[in-house]
Design a protein around this ligand. Structure first.
Ligand code: EPZ
Length: 422
């Protein structure tokens, strides 16, 4: 296994170019199961989770060619297998995103139940209940979801009890080839869901309500779609993470290839803390605060404050002058970074899903810490950038799942970071 060694308190400056969004690319790759033609995809982040899904699609019978480090041409017309096996699904629970398109196109599929992960139990009951409402017969057997819809899926009105991002994405893709019209009420409206809907609309799907909580889709009755080429939207969470790097070191930092409007809740939180934000069409610059102020944040669905930025802001809260409060409402165990931050000298107490962080500006000290999940790991990187001395972050395979060229981007702004073998 590898670990990252970071020497803290280096002066950061310059620019970071943001990569394509992992959480947009995953549903979009799965959606190519609905395509009759080859699809060219650009700005694809070269990260582990993307390569895992490409491997799964290949195992099912798809073929793809890497036309550059960040672009592919994929063709799924020869899919001959509809079983997503445990060995691959266990490494990435977002593999569940092949369930909807496979079932809608072939009328049957088997997908290993995705296990939970460090941040929570991560059930998929809402995905399955919605598919049953569309006429699917769902059986759970020996850890597999066995789904059949011999005459294809039929349109239905789906009301999600909870807003679910991949649940919405799965049902949008299932509805695309269904017989009849599907209405999704209480749909997720994250930018990644919006891009999936836009790409399907470009492919000829009759879809309304994109970007709202109510999406209506007229299915093609199992006729495949003619996809247009597309480019993955920038990763708003990677963007927010690098802005936190500028904020935690209280220095000016510019990020490019970003859609500022995808980060409204995060940018206003920076301003509440005393940082200044300058933005234009595809760049954001963060400027130092006179004095970093504490904040209160509550994670909620888009356009509210994203849960995927909670850990990074908790690291940032250690540099505020005063007491910050973080409420994590989406996942029941998304505080795995707290113990590691405590080891670095942070002052954090947990009560239920509320964390209280008493700022200890310039008092974090480097030590050995352990990454536990993707976003917790990025919080440890941020803390290491501002900590005195050397921090070794172990199990950084978590980071490699969602942050492309991490060391290169950090070194590019002056950080002292290197990767070593354990
Ligand atoms: C997506 O996960 C993201 N992953 C997550 O990002 C992100 O944290 C999450 O949305 C919330 O924004 C991808 O897009 C690949 P949910 P997802 O279904 O779809 C409950 C990262 O760091 N729920 O919106 O799995 C669930 O337990 C990852 O990149 C059910 O109860 O999240 C949670 O409490 C981490 N039953 C809430 O809904 C279901 O069937 C929201 O989960 C589905 C979800």
């Amino acid at each position: 296994m590898k670990y990252l060694k970071i020497i803290g308190q280096q002066p950061l400056q310059g620019e970071v170019k943001i990569s394509g969004a992992k959480n947009a690319a995953l549903p979009l790759l799965a959606s190519t199961i609905l395509a009759k033609n080859s699809v060219n995809i650009d700005n694809l982040p070269n990260v582990v989770d993307i390569n895992t899904l490409l491997k799964l699609l290949e195992m099912l019978g798809s073929s793809f060619e890497k036309t550059s480090n960040n672009s592919i041409c994929i063709n799924t017309s020869n899919i001959h297998e509809t079983k997503a096996t445990y060995d691959i699904v266990k490494t990435m629970r977002a593999s569940i995103l092949v369930l909807g398109p496979l079932l809608s196109r072939f009328g049957h599929c088997e997908v290993s139940l995705p296990g939970g992960c460090a941040i929570g139990q991560r059930p998929v009951d809402l995905h399955l209940k919605a598919l049953e409402q569309m006429g699917a017969i769902i059986e759970i057997k020996a850890g597999y979801i066995i789904a059949t819809a011999p005459n294809g899926l039929k349109g239905a009105t789906i009301v999600f009890d909870k807003i679910t991002v991949t649940g919405t994405e799965n049902i949008v893709m299932a509805a695309a080839l269904a017989h009849g019209t599907t209405k999704i009420i209480n749909a997720a409206k994250e930018p990644e869901v919006v891009q999936l809907c836009e790409v399907l609309k470009e492919a000829g799907l009759d879809i309304k309500g994109i970007g709202t909580n109510e999406i209506e889709i007229v299915g093609t009755a199992q006729k495949l779609l003619e996809f247009k080429d597309f480019s993955i939207i920038p990763d708003r969470i990677e963007a927010g993470t690098y802005l936190c790097a500028g904020a935690i070191c209280n220095t000016k930092l510019k990020i490019t290839n970003v859609v500022a409007s995808h980060l409204d809740a995060v940018l206003s939180k920076f301003e509440e803390m005393g940082f200044s934000i300058q933005k234009d069409a595809n760049t954001i610059t963060i400027l130092p605060a006179q004095k970093i102020k504490p904040f209160k944040l509550t994670t909620t669905e888009y356009p509210g404050f994203p849960t995927d930025m909670q850990a990074q802001f908790m690291a940032l809260a250690t540099q505020a002058h005063g007491v910050s409060i973080v409420d994590e409402n989406l996942f029941e165990n998304r505080y795995m970074h707290v113990n590691e931050l405590l080891r670095m000298g942070a002052d954090i107490t947990l009560k239920g899903h509320t964390a209280t962080i008493t700022g200890t500006p310039n008092e974090l000290t480097g030590t050995d810490v352990m990454a536990t999940d993707l976003r917790a790991s990025s919080a440890l990187v941020l803390a290491a950038l501002v900590a005195k001395g050397e921090t070794n972050i172990h199990r950084i395979y978590h980071l490699d799942r969602g942050y492309e060229k991490l060391e290169e981007k950090l070194e590019g702004i002056g950080a002292n970071v290197a990767r070593f073998d354990e």
